[in-house]
Design a protein around this ligand. Structure first.
Ligand code: COA
Length: 293
């Protein structure tokens, strides 16, 4: 039998020129941790300045300081809850007061947990919709006058969940489908102002909160086998796609959802045994301790 081959993840600076985003300013919701932290770090290494948004002020401040130390560029912490429009207005004001403008916006704040329909209260469903979808709307609405002025670019962190009916993911699937739709409208309405709007739909990315919430510990080898590119994604894979989408090389690409998932969306195989996960969700309680049933 032939053995499988996988390409290694490549750091952005091996490919893109170091001053690519010199003079640019990015505002990132969810930028204090995970995938969006890494995208922010990469944009900053390429010369961008950043304002990161999150709910936990102390953690956010530490993240901004770490980003500045590691990259030599500037970052500020602008605490706020994306669910509150007034908070996002304040975040935008603080960013413009500090940096004078906003060129790029990343809508990355998200909430997720595994929950079969019977374990999902109406408030739980609403909470995820409010963070992912209403939060994206609030971020866009609060930034859009400025982004029109700078002829800037939106990037939304979506998902591939909703391309099929994935068990235990009703709320995030509905929310991300809405995010994709919203991005398309932004593309069309704001396109004539020189504004672009795209989504990245990440696949399984190692070491992220999303991955640890969605896949039981110790399943990496099983997950990898279902990924055509034969490796689990790294944060740098997502950051590289973001760099390309923000760059001038992509200035005719708008209204697109780009799956960065090693091809996994074309090979749908649930890692939750089916139909056991629907018929007897309680039998998975040892794998998902937060499961509420
Ligand atoms: N299963 C089922 N319901 C759950 C749940 C779980 N594991 N975790 C929370 N909920 C429910 C709560 O019970 C509550 O509903 P209720 O009022 O009917 O009881 C509702 O969701 C809101 O929970 P709450 O803790 O008040 O919301 P929050 O705003 O503090 O937290 C979450 C939001 C729930 C999305 C939380 O997981 C979070 O903050 N996540 C952010 C990080 C994240 O998820 N990253 C991954 C991105 S892929």
């Amino acid at each position: 039998m032939a053995s499988s081959f996988s390409h290694k993840a490549v750091p952005a600076l091996d490919v893109f020129k170091p001053d690519l985003f010199h003079g640019k300013v990015v505002l990132v919701t969810g930028g204090g941790s995970g995938i969006c932290y890494h995208i922010t770090e990469t944009l900053m290494r390429l010369g961008c300045k950043a304002a990161i948004v999150g709910r936990k002020a102390d953690r956010l401040r530490e993240a901004a300081e770490q980003l500045a130390r590691d990259t030599g560029s500037e970052a500020i912490a602008t605490p706020g809850d994306v669910r509150k429009f007034e908070a996002m207005e304040q975040v935008v004001k603080q960013t413009i007061d500090k940096f004078g403008k906003i060129d790029f916006v990343i809508c990355g704040a998200a909430g997720n947990f595994m929950a079969p329909l019977e374990g999902l209260s109406s408030n739980a469903f609403r909470t995820v919709l409010e963070i992912d979808l209403v939060g994206t709307y609030n971020t866009v609405r609060a930034t859009m006058a400025e982004v029109k002025r700078t002829h800037g670019t939106y990037l939304h962190i979506s998902a591939t969940l909703h391309y099929s009916g994935l068990p235990w993911q009703a709320a995030p699937s509905a929310a991300k489908a809405g995010v994709d739709a919203l991005s398309n409208v932004i593309c069309v309405e704001l396109g004539p102002f020189g504004v672009r709007s795209n989504c990245i739909a990440p696949g399984f990315i190692a070491g992220t909160e999303g991955a640890s919430r969605l896949v039981p510990k110790g399943s990496d080898d099983m997950v990898k086998a279902f990924i055509p590119a034969q490796r689990i994604g790294e944060r740098t894979d997502i950051a590289n796609a973001a760099v390309f989408l923000f760059s001038e090389a992509a200035n005719w690409i708008t209204g697109q959802v780009i799956a960065v998932d090693g091809g996994q969306m074309h090979f749908r195989s649930a890692w939750l045994p089916y139909p056991q996960s629907s018929l007897d969700p309680r039998s998975f309680k040892n794998l998902f301790p937060d499961l509420r049933l």
